[in-house]
Design a protein around this ligand. Structure first.
Ligand code: PBG
Length: 348
């Protein structure tokens, strides 16, 4: 009889061979754990969202996003060079618009010389190897902070879509590679695609924020671009975005949104937020088999960092675990504020 720790195990007394299957065998060493790993994170999976502000020589901390700063164009160019050196394929640019330029009609959004367009041009000139993604939505430019135009206290659809087309065209002409509509108006992907094609920008890609939820996890982002106070002082739709962004309780509508956006010409689709919506990522990837991305949004970044700062979580470990979780769910790539740190970690 084989005794283990003074205790006779049942299967050994009865000569059963259980457990013949020992799940722990392949987990016993680092090399065998790596050998049987199904998913891995690579620097090629990372998209880095960045905030740009006016001025020169400016780098200002975003209080609710420790480690994240808004940079003036000159500083941002330096940051993007670093990202390129690390091998990060693409960045996504978000502007903090001067409050004096915010209006009800969001006209600054289609000013060909606005902050985003100047940033795109500067980065294209200095770091041509990095892909540039621009958000299409009116919230950085509206006095009410909504993503669309407001008439009689409501965010109107079709008129907003026309404005979004103008915004997309100036961004594309400035050199943007991927137009990423995040506004959730109906029919905007098709109209933007046609507007781009009419303007000779048929090679510009469209990454649709197809399944975007009305989420409280966007809070720190709204601090970063300075749209939070605009939203809360506005009386439009109760200061929220629930009439266009999706209800967190739903999954079927996400499938319909993705289907429509693909039908209208989207090249890639995105699910947003990320970690609480990995079930949506999985369903999208399985059903449509198209390039699928998720956005680990500002609030997800904020909560992991807040816990790490308190010593409650290991920042490096939860960063890498959360990112490989996106891969496991079926993502082809992840928009994450951890992009630089994750790329450094992967390079070690
Ligand atoms: C703009 C936009 C938002 C985010 C990306 N594009 C905020 C919003 O919809 O209110 C959020 C990103 C983040 O939280 O990191 N429409």
């Amino acid at each position: 009889l084989c005794k283990t720790g003074g205790r006779t195990l049942n299967h050994k007394m009865t000569n059963q061979r259980y457990p013949t299957t020992r799940m722990r065998r392949v987990r016993q060493s680092d090399w065998s754990r790596r050998l049987v790993a199904e998913n891995s994170l690579s620097v090629d999976d990372l998209i880095w969202p960045v905030f740009v502000t006016e001025g020169t020589g400016q780098s200002v901390d975003v209080a609710s996003m420790p480690g994240v700063q808004r940079h003036s164009v000159d500083r941002l160019v330096e940051q993007v060079k670093q990202a390129a050196d690390l091998g990060i394929p693409a960045i996504a640019i978000f502007p903090e618009t001067d409050p004096s330029l915010k209006t009800d009609d969001a006209a600054e959004a289609w000013n060909p010389d606005n902050l985003v367009c100047r940033t795109v041009a500067a980065i294209k000139a200095a770091v041509p190897s990095v892909g540039i993604i621009c958000d299409v939505a009116l919230d950085p430019y509206t006095s009410h902070g909504q993503d669309g135009l407001v008439r009689d206290g409501k965010v109107v659809n079709d008129e907003s879509v026309a404005a979004l087309c103008d915004q997309a065209v100036v961004q594309a002409k400035a050199g943007c590679d991927i137009i990423a509509p995040s506004d959730m108006m109906d029919g905007r992907i098709g109209e933007i695609r046609m507007a781009l094609d009419q303007e000779g920008c048929e090679d510009v890609m469209v990454m649709s924020y197809a399944a975007k939820y009305a989420s409280a996890f966007y809070g720190p982002f709204r601090d970063a671009i300075g749209s939070k106070s605009n939203l809360s002082t506005g009386n439009v739709d109760g200061g929220g975005k629930k009439t266009y962004q999706m209800n967190p309780a739903n999954t079927d509508v996400a499938m319909r949104e993705v289907a429509l956006d693909l039908d209208e010409g989207a090249d890639m689709v995105m699910v947003k937020p990320g970690m609480p919506y990995l079930d949506i990522v999985r369903r999208v990837k399985e059903q449509f088999a198209v390039p699928t991305f998720a956005y680990q949004v500002s609030g997800e970044y904020a909560m992991l960092n807040a816990a790490a700062i308190n010593g409650w979580l290991d920042r490096e470990a939860v960063m890498m675990e959360s990112l490989v979780g996106f891969k496991r769910a079926g993502c082809d790539g992840i928009l994450t504020y951890f992009a630089i740190d994750a790329a450094k970690s992967l390079a070690q």
